[in-house]
Design a protein around this ligand. Sequence first.
Ligand code: NAG
Ligand code: NAG
Ligand code: NAG
Length: 403
Amino acid sequence: MGILYRSSVNRKPNDSMRLIIITFMGVFLGFLIGISFPTLSLTKLGIPSGLIPKIDEMYNTDIKAGSSTQTSQNFPSTTTGSGDKNNSHNRNGTSEIWVPSNPRGAERLAPGIVAAESDFYLHRLWGNPHEDLNTKPNYLVTFTVGYKQKENIDKAVKKFSENFTILLFHYDGRTTEWDEFEWSKRAIHVSARKQSKWWYAKRFLHPDIVAPYDYIFMWDEDLGVENFDAEEYIKLVRKHGLEISQPGLEPTRGLTWQMTKKRDGLEVHKDTAERPGWCTEPNLPPCAAFVEIMAPVFSREAWRCVWYMIQNDLIHGWGLDFAVRKCVEPAHEKIGVVDSQWIVHQGLPSLGSQGETQNGKAPWQGVRERCRKEWTMFQSRLANAEKAYFKSLGIDPSNSPKQ
Ligand SMILES: *[C@@H]1O[C@H](CO)[C@@H](O)[C@H](O)[C@H]1NC(C)=O
Ligand SMILES: *[C@@H]1O[C@H](CO)[C@@H](O)[C@H](O)[C@H]1NC(C)=O
Ligand SMILES: *[C@@H]1O[C@H](CO)[C@@H](O)[C@H](O)[C@H]1NC(C)=O
């Protein structure tokens, strides 16, 4: 600290002696405060006062090195090791805190200190912690991106107001380049090479981490957003009670499914007619209770369920669109497509080109085959799991209501 102050004074040699004295007084005062505060609180924690200067030194070394808080994580074990007097009550369990209603693994903590959920809010490294956050965005948007799509992503991000936390998953390892965009500095960047959207989602969007967000947008990188506004979209989703939704897709683009095509003159729609034979029942996918995986929007509650449904090897996510209906009830009312805020699926090759040539097949072919394989796997796992569950209850699955 002292070194920092002095060097900044040296840069302005004309400054008077007074400044130096004030600086020193400031440093000294800061030192006193720094010393006295931990003394108060640490002695309350039962840490011997002889240890405090040592602890202070330990933390300071840490700050100067600019390293992480590794040493502070060792802190509790240091105290239990040396501060533990021969208290029989500690061993006996009578005064040990034991709260079965705490999250798993945290049962020994007093419930008042348990923070079961977190967020992506960025904090500063100084000042009062409770004054760190000016705003707490209510919504989260994630894009799985490669740097080649930067122009498209830049346009897309600008459709999301400051009420959104922006989270980019980078599959090509390029992250710092994005800082050419102003918004990139407030975005969270997660980089892992050649992974897919649902791989990231499973690993970085745990429901307890994204808990503060009312809605979570999990979008691909190849979406055209000219006719889309995120705040308006959320208004409609709330109004129509959609727990899982997507914007309508511009219909001239040879789309696979009728359900996700934008319809003119509507705010939202929740069902459709398909080609003959495509739907076994009108309330089931792909005629209702269905959105695609390219641009889904989940409510907090729906995502909490869907996250658990995503198996760790389901990385492309094919098949998920047919299954998410199991997470909301009644699905044909709570899943829908927003028509008046719509997007264009540009269908740019992205992750497909990240595959590898195998057995003489082009990379994109290998990726596509993998997608199909996942779909089959996921479908049979789901069916088998339900069969096993009904069997364990002694119910004949063929008699159970179709879900
Ligand atoms: C700690 O407790 C054990 C028995 O509970 C006793 O035998 C031992 O002497 C104690 N040690 C100290 C340092 O008080
Ligand atoms: C340990 O706990 C039991 C009850 O669980 C109690 O009867 C006993 O007195 C306790 N022993 C000590 C040393 O606190
Ligand atoms: C952000 O959210 C607040 C509160 O819901 C709202 O008043 C405001 O209009 C939103 N900002 C934008 C840009 O829509």
